[in-house]
Design a protein around this ligand. Structure first.
Ligand SMILES: [Zn+2]
Length: 372
């Protein structure tokens, strides 16, 4: 009898402990990323519990003098039981740290609490690929870095998946973590001729999109109309049309590249086809969730989730990549896109100075690069 009471008590205590337990999960391994302006260790943390809590800060420390703190958390559930933080931890050393130490500070029922855990950093280098467009001057809009719009988009899964290694639930995935929106500039730094009021005014429009690496075409979507006026969406955006006309290419080892927002009817490859590096895939357009003609490009690890179960690729995880060489012309202001009420580009022309030749790096947010 006594033993039974004890067992029941133990179970109750375990349940109580579980209810309070906060889980800090890193949905995909932390990676070191080298850009033309510096290096980061990049990872997301998904923090969840069965009861409501208030996140305060995430402190990160590690080898090579790494010190970083963030107090920005975005809710993953409306009842304050899950949050995500997107961490771009600057590192000045060329050495890749092997591990970071996290201290998460939060309050629950008015009580301040602390949770510590270690995060392993992958020693894998970013994947080296070719440039997905023809030579020219290209701006890397919304490119990797802590300020990019792309990097902060976790798509929640219908059912969280249990990660037995981390002993916690992965709530969603961030496929666009290292995505870039490529837009072409002329030599004077203009995005378009005339007033940019039609797609054809934009220098990017109709540019050929090239396979950044060889592989197998695993999905082609075509037939989505283009928006006729840059800056104006002609139809509602859903998860099914968000990438517009697009191609997914499996480059091997669960690594897949996405080429999005293409012109309808321009796609030259078929599902199942094997393509070579540099092969023309189609034409740059203004379909899907697109403000103006541009190529959205990103690379993901599928984590063995087949395309059919990947919610159009949004359950995959963005991984870093690098272009072999380009010339950096500096960084454009974020309002380069903005126009006045008459449709005139607000800041122009840009007098970009040829700055430096860089190798094996990824462009940062609004960096203007020249590809030879
Ligand atoms: Zn994009």
């Amino acid at each position: 009898m006594k033993k039974n009471v004890l067992t029941a008590l133990t179970i109750l205590l375990c349940l109580a402990a579980q209810a309070q337990q906060i889980q800090v999960i890193v949905p995909t391994p932390a990676r070191t990323v080298k850009s033309s302006t510096g290096s980061w260790v990049v990872f997301d943390t998904q923090i969840s519990s069965r009861e409501a809590f208030t996140p305060k800060s995430l402190e990160v420390s590690g080898e090579e003098g790494i010190k970083y703190s963030s107090s920005t958390f975005e809710p993953l559930r409306s009842d304050s039981t899950a949050f995500v933080s997107y961490n771009w931890v600057p590192t000045s050393s060329p050495e890749t740290p092997t591990q970071l130490n996290l201290t998460f500070l939060y309050t629950v029922n008015g009580q301040e609490k602390e949770l510590n855990r270690a995060v392993a950093v992958s020693g894998e280098s970013p994947l080296e690929i070719g440039f997905p467009l023809r030579p020219g001057i290209w701006m890397a809009g919304n490119a990797p870095g802590p300020t990019s719009e792309h990097t902060k988009l976790t798509v929640k899964m219908k059912e969280p998946s249990f990660d037995s290694l981390q002993q916690g639930y992965v709530l969603g995935h961030n496929a666009q973590r290292y995505a870039i929106d490529f837009v072409k500039l002329d030599k004077q730094g203009n995005l378009f001729k005339n007033k940019g009021a039609s797609n054809a005014d934009w220098y990017s429009y109709g540019e050929e999109i090239l396979a950044a690496a060889g592989g197998k075409v695993i999905s082609v979507k075509d037939g989505i109309p283009e928006h006729q006026t840059p800056g104006k969406l002609d139809y509602k955006i859903t998860i099914d049309n968000i990438a517009g006309n697009n191609v997914y290419i499996d480059m091997g080892k669960n690594v897949v590249a996405l080429y999005a927002h293409m012109q309808p009817g321009s796609i030259k490859v078929k599902e199942g086809e094997i393509v070579k590096k540099g092969q023309v895939l189609g034409k740059l357009g203004n379909s899907g969730n697109s403000d103006a003609p541009h190529l959205h490009f990103h690379v993901v690890d599928t984590n063995n989730i087949p395309f059919a179960e990947s919610r159009n690729g949004f359950y995959w995880e963005g991984i870093p990549y690098a272009f072999p060489k380009y010339t950096s012309w500096g960084t454009a202001p974020a309002d380069i896109w903005d126009t006045d009420e008459n449709g005139n580009q607000l800041v122009k022309p840009f007098h970009f100075q040829e700055k430096e030749k860089v190798k094996n790096t990824i462009p940062v947010n609004f960096e203007v690069i020249k590809i030879k």
